[in-house]
Design a protein around this ligand. Structure first.
Ligand code: 5AD
Ligand code: SF4
Length: 481
C-alpha cells in the first residue's frame, strides 16, 4: 500500500528524466475474460487522454467496453480535483456504485486521476469507502494491470499512489475515442504553482517528452489518416524548459506543422511563457489552427499577484493585441475565476474591463474553490458566496453576449469544418468544428465523417452554428471571418 502526501508532492527535484518503455505483461491477458468495463472521465483533456490509455490496457486484459456503468463488471472513475463540484460528483457516483455492489458483490470499482493524489480523499476512501477495490494515481497509470491483479487475488482494497512522479513512460497502449482527431501529450505536470491550483501537487513537476517521441507519434497518426492532433500539457508554452537540448515550444510546433497533418491545436497556454517566436510560428503555418486558449483568471493586478500569475493586466492585453494582429482570423478563449479571496467590486470591474476589451470567443468561468494544501485555501476571505454568485452571473452575461456577437460574424460565411460525429439531437446531422473551434451542425450523410468540408453558415446561436455543405475551394484569404 502506498498513500499520497501533499507535502512530498510539492517537492521539485531536478534529477534527470528517465524514459521507460511500456511492456504489456502477458500474465494479465485473461483477467477480463467475459467481463465488461466502463471508464467514467471527469475534468480536462489530459484526463480524457489518460482514459484512452486505461481503456487500451483493460482491453489488452480482455475486458470489453460497456457504456452503461450499471451493466459493467468493472467501473473506473478517472477523477478531477480542480474544484469542489468535480469532487462532489465523484462522491455522488460512489454512493450509487455502493448500492450496485450490494446487489452484485463481484463488481470491481476503481478510482484514479487527480483526486487519488489528494491525501484527504485517500484517507476517506480507505476508512469509509472500503468497497472501492483499487486506487491508483496520475504517476502510475501504467501499473493498472498489476494493481488490479493484486486486488483480485487478495480480495481487498489496493491503494498505490505515489506523491513523486516516476519515470516518463513511453509507448503506453492507447484506444483512441476518435478516428479523426487525437490527443498527444507533450509534457506532464506543472511548475507554476498558481496559488489557487492543485495541479502542481496532483500532476507533479514539469516533465517534457523528447521531441522525437512526440514527432514520431504525430507521423504515425498522419499515416493512420488522422486529420487533427491536439498537443497537450498543463502549460504547453513552457515545453522543453526542463530538457537540456535547447528546443522550445516554437521549435516543436514548427516541426509538428512540417509533418503536414491537416490540423494542429495545443492546450493550455500560460500567458507568461507565450513568446514572439511562438506567435510567428502559429502565424506562418496554415495547419496550426487560429485558435488560442489564453487563461486570464483575473483582470486585477492586485488579484493576479495574489494568484501568483506573474503577468499584469497590461502585459496580458499586449500579448492579446499581438496575437490578434499577427495571427489572421484568430479566435481567443479564456478561463476566469471570480470570488478569489477578498476580491473587491473594483477588482471584479477590472476583470469585466478586460472581457469588454478582448470580447472573447468564449470563456469558462468559475467561482474560486479552495483546494486543501494550496496557499489560496489558507487566505482569509470576507466575500460572501451570494456576492460571488452574483459576480459569476454578471460575468456570464457579458461573456455570452460576446460569444453570440462573435458567432454572428459567421452568418452567411463559408468555413472549413472537420465533421467528427453524428449530432446527438438529429441523426441526419453531423457535428464538427471550424478551424477557430466553433461547433457547427450540418445536414450531411455519414460518409462525410472524418472529412474537412466547406460549410455555409445559415444560423447562429450562442454556443454553436448551423450550416449547409457547399462545394467550393476557398483560398486562405477567403477563409477570413
Ligand atoms: N477554483 C476555481 N477555479 C479553478 N481553476 C483552477 N483552480 C481553481 C480553483 N481552485 C480554473 C482555472 C483554470 C481552469 C482549468 O480551472 O481558471 O484555468
Ligand atoms: Fe482536473 Fe487539473 Fe487534474 Fe485535469 S489536471 S483532471 S483539470 S485537476
Amino acid at each position: 500500500m502506498q498513500k499520497p502526501n501533499m507535502f512530498e508532492a510539492k517537492k521539485r527535484d531536478r534529477k534527470a528524466i528517465i524514459k521507460e518503455e511500456y511492456k504489456t505483461d502477458p500474465k494479465y491477458k485473461n483477467i477480463g475474460n467475459g467481463l465488461k468495463y466502463t471508464v467514467k472521465t471527469y475534468g480536462c483533456q489530459m484526463n480524457e487522454h489518460d482514459s484512452e490509455n486505461i481503456k487500451a490496457m483493460l482491453e489488452e486484459m480482455s475486458f470489453t467496453e460497456e457504456e452503461d456503468y450499471e451493466k459493467a463488471d468493472l467501473v473506473i472513475l478517472n477523477t478531477c480535483a480542480i474544484r469542489e463540484n468535480a469532487h462532489n460528483k465523484v462522491f455522488g457516483l460512489l454512493g450509487r456504485l455502493k448500492h450496485q455492489k450490494e446487489e452484485n458483490p463481484n463488481l470491481i470499482i476503481g478510482l484514479c486521476g487527480c483526486m487519488a493524489q489528494e491525501e484527504s480523499v485517500v484517507e476517506e476512501l480507505s476508512s469509509k469507502y472500503k468497497f472501492v477495490d483499487i486506487i491508483f494515481g496520475t504517476h502510475n497509470i501504467h501499473e493498472l494491470p498489476s494493481i488490479l491483479n493484486k486486488s483480485l487475488l487478495k480480495h481487498a482494497q489496493e491503494i498505490e499512489v505515489y506523491s513523486i512522479e516516476g519515470n516518463l513512460v513511453e509507448n503506453m497502449p492507447v484506444r483512441r475515442d476518435s478516428k479523426y482527431k487525437a490527443w498527444v501529450n507533450i509534457m506532464y505536470g506543472c511548475d507554476k504553482f498558481c496559488t489557487y491550483c492543485i495541479v502542481p501537487y496532483t500532476r507533479g513537476r514539469q516533465r517534457s517528452r523528447m521531441p522525437e517521441d512526440i514527432l514520431n507519434e504525430v507521423k504515425k497518426l498522419k499515416e493512420d489518416n488522422y486529420q487533427e492532433v491536439t498537443l497537450l500539457g498543463q502549460n504547453v508554452n513552457a515545453y522543453g524548459k526542463d530538457l537540456d537540448i535547447n528546443y522550445s515550444m516554437a521549435n516543436l510546433l514548427e516541426d509538428v506543422a512540417k509533418i503536414g497533418i491537416n490540423r494542429i491545436r495545443f492546450v493550455t497556454s500560460h500567458p507568461w511563457d507565450f513568446n514572439d517566436e511562438m506567435i510567428d510560428v502559429i502565424a506562418k503555418y496554415p495547419n496550426i489552427m487560429p485558435y488560442i486558449h489564453l487563461p486570464l483568471q483575473s483582470g486585477s493586478d492586485r488579484i493576479l499577484k495574489l494568484m501568483g500569475r506573474k503577468y499584469t493586466k497590461a502585459s496580458y492585453l499586449e500579448l492579446f493585441d499581438k496575437l490578434k494582429a499577427k495571427v489572421k482570423n484568430v479566435s481567443i478563449t479564456t478561463d476566469i475565476i471570480v470570488g478569489f479571496p477578498n476580491e473587491t467590486e473594483e477588482d471584479f470591474k477590472e476583470t469585466l474591463d478586460v472581457v469588454d476589451y478582448c470580447k472573447y470567443d468564449s470563456a469558462f468561468t468559475f467561482i474560486f474553490s479552495p483546494r486543501v494544501g494550496t496557499p489560496a485555501a489558507k487566505m482569509v476571505d470576507n466575500v460572501t458566496l451570494e456576492e460571488k454568485e452574483t459576480r459569476l452571473q454578471r460575468l456570464n452575461e457579458v461573456v455570452n453576449k460576446y460569444s453570440k456577437e462573435n458567432n454572428l460574424k459567421y452568418l452567411d460565411k463559408i468555413v472549413p469544418v472537420l465533421l467528427e460525429n453524428v449530432s446527438e439531437k438529429n441523426a441526419e446531422y453531423l457535428a464538427g468544428y471550424t478551424d477557430t473551434m466553433k461547433l457547427v451542425n450540418v445536414k450531411a450523410p455519414k460518409e462525410y465523417l472524418g472529412k474537412i468540408v466547406n460549410v455555409k453558415i445559415t444560423d447562429v446561436k450562442t454556443w454553436s452554428l448551423d450550416g449547409e455543405l457547399v462545394e467550393v475551394n476557398l483560398t486562405n484569404d477567403e477563409k477570413n471571418i
